[in-house]
Design a protein around this ligand. Structure first.
Ligand code: CIR
Length: 252
């Protein structure tokens, strides 16, 4: 069960955020409204929220998931892989320290939280352009000290591991065709989300409910068929910056 979440509001500066999406410039006002709906949804699902203000100079700072990995026993602060985002983690640390011991990892080891998926006591870490083997190893070893298992996985062309793989409860993952073949994930039931609904591979499982991005009917139907309650959220403005549902919060 998650009891807490940290989020960070987007600001006007988000129009300068990193993107490969080719979907146009995000509208900061609409993004703020979508962010409010996201926070409301997490609160309705029982989470106590800490909502941080946007940080000047960091256009991507609303994607707070990338700044740390938090689990039951420890939080590991990320040395972010994107140069323009390095330093975002500093303002998250004091909030984490209220809840968990915090471990820091230093460059040249690099990782971003978006590359890390926890399923029960196992962490899957994608080796992306943002997360190197040194970063995965430093993170994995910090987690292993608390009894967790970890695996590093080679990536296809996704930005982050969780862009392509997310957990929706009951031993079930949403996966890209690429990760459907990964031996490390073979023990899970896998729902393959095709490229035309690729954005919906990133869903967010909170205390039994699956939050799904609005506008992806086949993925929604596949999740509903699992018997899970679902909530749809409009994510249009964050999608323009390659950001998905998990990216907007740290849950613990
Ligand atoms: C970036 O490229 O860093 C942001 N525009 C998007 C980050 C998305 N975060 C995530 O997938 N965890």
């Amino acid at each position: 069960m998650f009891t807490h979440a940290i989020t960070r509001r987007p600001s006007e500066e988000m129009v300068e955020g990193i993107t490969s999406a080719n979907l146009g410039t995000p509208d900061p006002h609409l993004a703020l409204a979508q962010h409010k709906a996201y926070c409301m949804t997490l609160a309705t699902l029982g989470l106590e929220l800490t909502v941080l203000d946007a940080e000047p100079g960091y256009p991507d700072c609303c994607f707070v998931e990338d700044t740390a990995v938090v689990c039951e026993h420890v939080a590991v602060l990320a040395p972010l892989g994107a140069p323009s985002r390095q330093g975002e983690e500093a303002s998250v640390e004091p909030v984490l320290l209220r809840h968990r011991p915090v471990v820091r990892v230093s460059p040249p080891a690099l990782f971003e939280g978006g590359d890390v998926l926890q399923v029960q006591d196992t962490f899957f870490i994608g080796l992306s352009e943002r997360t190197n083997m040194a970063g995965a190893t430093a993170l994995g070893e910090a987690l292993a000290r608390h009894g967790y298992a970890w695996h590093a996985l080679e990536m296809g062309d996704a930005l982050h591991f969780k862009t392509d793989v997310s957990f929706v409860g009951d031993n079930t993952l949403l996966v890209s065709p690429f990760f459907d073949k990964a031996p490390e994930l073979a023990r899970f039931r896998r729902i393959v989300v095709d490229n035309d609904e690729a954005y919906a591979r990133n869903c967010l499982f909170i205390n039994g409910t699956v939050i799904v991005p609005a506008g992806f009917p086949r993925t929604l139907a596949a999740i509903k068929a699992l018997g899970r309650p679902t909530v749809e959220l409009d994510m249009s403005e964050f999608r323009k910056l390659d950001g998905g549902l998990t990216c907007l919060s740290l849950r613990f």
